[in-house]
Design a protein around this ligand. Structure first.
Ligand SMILES: NC(=O)c1ccc[n+]([C@@H]2O[C@H](COP(=O)([O-])OP(=O)(O)OC[C@H]3O[C@@H](n4cnc5c(N)ncnc54)[C@H](O)[C@@H]3O)[C@@H](O)[C@H]2O)c1
Ligand SMILES: O=c1ccn([C@@H]2O[C@H](COP(=O)(O)OP(=O)(O)O[C@H]3O[C@H](CO)[C@@H](O)[C@H](O)[C@H]3O)[C@@H](O)[C@H]2O)c(=O)[nH]1
Length: 437
């Protein structure tokens, strides 16, 4: 089988590489020449554990190819996966321009029947818009070529993308034709060896499933962050509360960690887009409005704690910031809480010393160059008055605290992910502050 994947971001590259790895001929397309040239040399535009090996292996076997031209690669393909970005527009809705551009190009150049698969996260009704865009382009060419639409939202998590794609909890596919269903079945069969399920449904439901899943997960996080604030005010401990409620199988243990708010390229934009979708349909999604407001506040919480500790006088203080990526095992800093904290500290006149195991280069594109870029956690704490742990990378979990104490000027630790033992750190002479404890 031969498919084309348009967009070589996280989703496009992982989709292309994993499909090639099970034997599909895949051509990955991107308009970014720099990305495509890099990929041909085995240089990946993103950090994702395990991905480079799969890309290089399949590129060498010629099952995975890269090109900047969709036009030249539409011959004899069974499916085109659209995996371009759908970022927030100013009013919060999903920007469909990149998706529409791809649809226009498909319509202008497709030669035989194919399935157009939407992998990008798109509002309900988008597949119909794509279908009309392609049909209009075909009419302009005066040709009658059949095609079908499929909605196949992606649920991978950055940092665990290969496992999520290769062994998915579920594969959701919205289709309205038997032929499209047959092609999607064939493509995904190799991933179902462990009994994972394809859930077929109508196209609008598949589109909505993606937004509802992300919104539900974001809601859990904001709920726990809200309860964490109340825990601090009342003397309860969010870690105990999490264990207590998570043991009820109806609630479950996962995705209940209070922290510094959710970031990344998905939750912030998808919650916004769903709120907007509600408004466009005269239905206010009040829960999600609260989820978003709570998250905006939570991203400021470490700054508020640090500012309070220093009695509102941060000018001249040195703060070590550990972790810049929005979560561990990725170099993605989109909407990362660490950027919000670092900016606020700089604005208050503090010296900010930062370190992240892989996201430094990405962060350099976003952070003011007055921060000090360090090579490891020990360098960040030289003469520091306080440490702020923002991203829970494994290598931050068990540092040499006595070495850290000897390097620091002050002794305050602000643990934005509750990964440290407060009793141990108090005994070691630190002032420790977590979230909701
Ligand atoms: N990042 C994730 O973890 C994740 C997970 C699930 C779903 N999604 C969704 O998948 C979609 C893609 O997300 P991403 O993070 O992979 O995107 P991204 O922004 O990292 O990459 C998108 C790529 O598409 C390319 N592109 C744009 N227009 C193009 C065109 N006309 N032709 C060819 N290439 C084009 C860009 O150059 C870019 O390389 C979004 O809708 C997102 O919401 C993302
Ligand atoms: O208990 C938790 C779990 C996560 N987070 C934060 O939530 C954000 C998102 O984390 P995660 O969901 O692990 O990362 P993403 O890669 O953004 O993945 C989400 O967004 C993707 C894009 O839509 C979906 O495909 C995934 O299913 C969905 O989990 C991060 O800032 C985490 O720190 C918490 O604060 N507490």
């Amino acid at each position: 089988m031969k498919v084309v994947v348009v967009g070589t971001g996280y989703v496009g590259l992982v989709t292309g590489a994993c499909l090639a790895d099970v034997g599909v001929d895949v051509c990955c397309i991107d308009i970014d020449e720099h990305k495509i040239e890099g990929l041909k040399q085995g240089i990946l535009p993103i950090y994702e554990p395990g991905l480079e090996e799969i890309v290089v292996r399949n590129y060498k076997k010629k099952r995975l190819t890269f090109s900047t031209s969709l036009t030249e690669n539409l011959k004899d393909v069974e499916a085109v996966f659209i995996a371009v970005g759908t970022p927030s527009t100013e009013d919060g809705s999903a920007d469909m321009q990149y998706v529409i551009d791809v649809a226009c190009e498909i319509g202008r150049h497709m030669q035989d029947y194919l399935v157009v698969v939407t992998k990008s996260t798109v509002p309900v009704g988008s597949s119909e818009i794509i279908r009309k865009t392609i049909s209009t382009a075909l009419q302009k060419r005066n040709v009658d070529i059949a095609f079908d639409m499929a909605s196949n939202p992606e649920f991978l998590k950055e940092g665990a993308a290969i496992k999520d794609f290769m062994s998915p909890d579920r594969i959701v596919i919205g289709v309205d034709s038997d032929k499209a269903k047959e092609i999607m079945d064939t493509l995904y069969k190799p991933f179902l060896l462990n009994g994972y399920r394809i859930i077929y449904m109508d196209i609008p439901s598949a589109e909505m499933t993606k937004y509802a899943a992300n919104a539900m997960l974001a809601t859990r996080i904001s709920f726990m962050n809200d309860i964490a604030v109340l825990c601090e005010l009342t003397g309860a401990n969010i870690n105990h509360v999490r264990n207590g409620i998570g043991s009820d199988p109806r609630i479950g243990k996962k995705f209940l960690y209070a922290g510094t708010g959710y970031g990344g390229s998905c939750f912030p934009k998808d919650v916004k887009a769903l709120i907007k979708m509600g408004m466009e349909n005269n239905h206010r999604l009040r829960i999600l409005e609260a989820v978003e407001n709570i998250n905006d506040e939570q991203k400021k919480i470490l700054f508020a704690k640090i500012n309070k500790y220093f009695d509102g006088n941060l000018a001249g203080k040195t703060i070590a910031v550990w972790g810049l990526a929005f979560k561990p095992n990725t170099d993605d800093v989109r909407f990362a809480p660490a950027l919000v904290l670092s900016d606020a500290l700089l604005k208050a006149g503090a010296h900010v010393r930062v370190f992240d195991p892989v996201a430094m280069e990405e962060a350099k594109k976003h952070l003011h160059d007055t921060v000090t870029w360090c090579n490891d956690v020990y360098e960040t704490v030289e003469n520091a008055d306080a440490i702020a742990l923002v991203t829970e990378w494994n290598e931050f979990r068990l540092p040499d605290w006595s070495r850290i104490k000897s390097l620091m000027k002050g002794n305050a630790i602000f643990d934005g992910r509750n990964i440290y033992d407060d009793v141990m750190l108090h005994k070691a002479g630190f002032d420790y502050f977590g979230i909701g404890i």
